[in-house]
Design a protein around this ligand. Structure first.
Ligand code: ZN
Length: 392
């Protein structure tokens, strides 16, 4: 297990950073894509309202006790109507931003996001670059929000990519009946809250609940257990040819390339001659590289998270062979270094758990010398196993 700890120490000092169209390969991509789809549903739902409809910027029952409605409950009648009319006016600019996940780029960071405002440094949840069309988000923070909070945050940010009265819609200065230095920010927040409410009323949160609960394939740490059976086709009459076994594995992925350490055991029996029993137990410590491949394109679908993992290992193998009959009981051990490979298909279940099937090609053990007989295993072992993983 020392190897296991060493792997964790080596890899935990590595970090990742990427500017990426949120395609499912990074922490937060799934939440980002779902949030855009939820805002898209809200935009579609808002088409039915007249610009003068006071319900547009009014809190509903679901959010009556939520901070989401703070931005709406504080509005006076004039502000409420202005909010609704402005929201309707911005929809033609907002709609293309949320129609797919390619128009607006997301830039993930693991750092705290600070902005300079009136000479003061202030921590914010997101920052939007209007010229680049990029929203920068802290991945951990974004993922920690609930879906309503994410729709609120991204709706607010996307509003900064729209224009009002021919000027960029910012957080600064007064806007219509929203007076004072923070007037424009209050308007943007009120419209963002209205989009949260419309998302809920359009069924957008229910629709993507399962998608958000599904295990996500980009996770870096995988703890796995698997069990299976395998066989070798040896010509030696004393070789044990059929095995059953299990393995415990830790894999640490750095993007789609990973390192793993595994402990595996297998054993089997054979009756080479009547009244004689051969038993072999093989323990293997292995370490190597894994590469994961996502063959499907839509990360929001269950099969989109499923993936193949190709592994190659160096094996440190210890075999113990026992031959027993009515008079004799002899045991021999043998150590060797070998190699193994595996191809595994991982499928998401729920709560971070995955199931897998794997085909492995494993190192043989031996040779053994028992009762003056040389027992040589000639062929490597093919095994099939099923497994379960927890990824975090
Ligand atoms: Zn803002």
């Amino acid at each position: 297990m020392n190897l296991f700890i060493a792997l964790m120490m080596v890899t935990s000092s590595w970090s990742w950073a990427s500017t990426f169209v949120g395609n499912g390969g990074n922490a937060g991509d799934i939440e980002w894509q779902v949030t855009l789809k939820q805002i898209n549903m809200a935009v579609a739902g808002l088409q039915d309202y007249a610009p003068s409809d006071a319900r547009l910027c009014t809190c509903n029952q679901t959010y009556s006790n939520s901070s989401t409605c703070d931005a709406l409950n504080s509005l006076n009648a004039e502000q409420r109507l202005y909010c609704g009319a402005t929201l309707k006016a911005q929809l033609p600019q907002l709609a293309p931003l949320v129609r797919d996940n390619r128009t607006v780029r997301v830039s993930w960071t693991q750092d705290q996001i600070d902005v300079l405002e009136n000479g003061q440094r202030r921590a914010v949840d997101a920052v939007t670059d209007r010229t680049q069309g990029t929203v920068t988000l802290n991945a951990d923070h974004f993922r920690s929000l609930n879906p309503s909070e994410r729709v609120f945050l991204i709706s607010h940010e996307l509003m900064h990519l729209t224009s009002l009265d021919g000027k960029p819609l910012t957080d600064e200065g007064p806007q219509g009946p929203f007076t004072g230095a923070g007037g424009s920010r209050a308007l943007v927040n009120a419209m963002a809250a209205a989009l949260v409410i419309q998302s809920e009323e359009s069924g957008a949160f229910d629709r993507y609940r399962r998608t958000l609960n599904r295990p996500q394939g980009w996770k870096q740490n995988w703890i796995s257990i698997s069990a299976g059976s395998g066989s070798q086709s040896s010509h030696s009459v004393f070789s044990v040819t059929d095995y059953r076994g299990f393995s415990l594995r830790y894999t640490r992925f750095l993007t789609n390339l990973g390192l793993q350490a595994e402990y595996a055991e297998r054993e089997g029996d054979r009756t080479p001659i009547s009244q004689v029993n051969a038993h072999e137990k093989v323990t293997t410590m292995r370490a190597g590289l894994s590469y994961r491949l996502f063959p499907f394109k839509d990360p929001l679908k269950v099969y989109g998270q499923s993936h193949l993992v190709f592994s190659a290992n160096v094996d440190f193998v210890r075999g113990t062979y026992n031959l027993k009959d009515a008079m004799n009981d002899e045991t021999a051990t043998s150590d060797r270094v070998g190699a193994s490979g595996a191809i595994r298909y991982e499928f998401p279940v729920v709560w971070g758990f995955w199931v897998s099937v794997a085909e492995t090609y494993e190192s043989l053990a031996g040779p053994y010398t028992v009762a003056g007989v040389n027992i040589e295993n000639e062929k490597n072992i093919f095994a099939t196993s099923i497994g379960a993983s927890y990824a975090f």
